[in-house]
Write a protein that binds this ligand. Structure first.
Ligand code: SF4
Length: 250
């Protein structure tokens, strides 16, 4: 991000918006961040951007980290960094998909079971799991364990039922990871959205999703809306953790 460009952009948007949240990706501190992002000097530029953002009282900064084998040890440092800049903090476990064009880098992205165990331990310790709200605990555990779950969907997913993803060519898919995975619902340049939404292909895809046949993901932007519909599962998990009985998670 260019600090000067963002400064003028923010001055302009201040006229229209009282409160804006800006997400900043931070994958490690210093050169490891540059390496992961593939841009020399990216970390320094990001700090300059953060300094610009802090000048605006109407801006919420959210630092987001993508956790993978090569950077999980930096987790506590990135979280501290977010705090130092008065930013909120979130993370996701790196996912491999055609959509992210990272299938060929699978060895760098997918955890070995042992390093995964270490990463989970470090993340839970850093975030102090037991001090979090039950719903946040559920979300956190689901996010962590989805990658080693035996099924693609940890919770029933409603992408394609209540939302869709549109690619630059006009193709409509049930969700982002579906792009490049399999055929979509149809193309907006050929039919209206209403026609596409109700066609047989869309129904076929929805049936697949309902049976759990999908690429599988824990992408916040997709899953958050399905989480709202998973409250029975959430209640069960809360009861299980209170009684120390069989939990949904390992
Ligand atoms: S779990 Fe992920 S990949 Fe599967 S349908 Fe939902 S959003 Fe798509």
């Amino acid at each position: 991000m260019l600090p000067n460009a963002i400064d003028s952009f923010l001055i302009e948007t201040r006229e229209y918006h009282d409160r804006i949240t800006i997400g900043i990706s931070v994958d490690a501190i210093g050169s490891l961040h540059d390496y992961i992002r593939g841009i020399p000097g990216a970390f320094q530029r990001m700090i300059e951007t953060m300094k610009v953002l802090r000048k605006y009282s109407n801006i919420n900064i959210n630092v987001s980290m993508t956790v993978m084998p090569m950077n999980y040890k930096a987790f506590p440092h990135v979280r501290r960094f977010a705090r130092e800049y008065g930013a909120s903090f979130g993370f996701q476990i790196a996912q491999v998909s055609t959509y992210f064009s990272n299938i060929e880098k699978i060895g760098n992205i997918v955890f070995h079971p042992l390093s995964f165990k270490d990463a989970v331990k470090l993340i839970l310790k850093t975030l102090d799991l037991h001090k979090l709200k039950p719903s946040t605990q559920f979300d956190l555990k689901a996010k962590l364990y989805y990658s080693i779950a035996k099924r693609n969907q940890i919770i029933p997913c409603f992408s394609g039922f209540h939302s869709f993803a549109l690619d630059p060519e006009g193709n409509i898919f049930p969700c982002l990871p579906w792009i490049g995975y399999s055929e979509g619902f149809g193309n907006i340049r050929e039919k209206t959205l209403k026609e596409i939404w109700k066609n047989n292909q869309a129904k076929k895809i929805r049936k697949k999703i309902a049976k759990g046949n999908c690429p599988g993901c824990w992408l916040e932007c997709e899953i958050a809306r399905s989480l709202d519909k998973s409250w029975p599962l959430l209640m069960r998990e809360i009861l299980c953790s209170k009684r120390s009985s069989q939990s949904f998670f390992p």
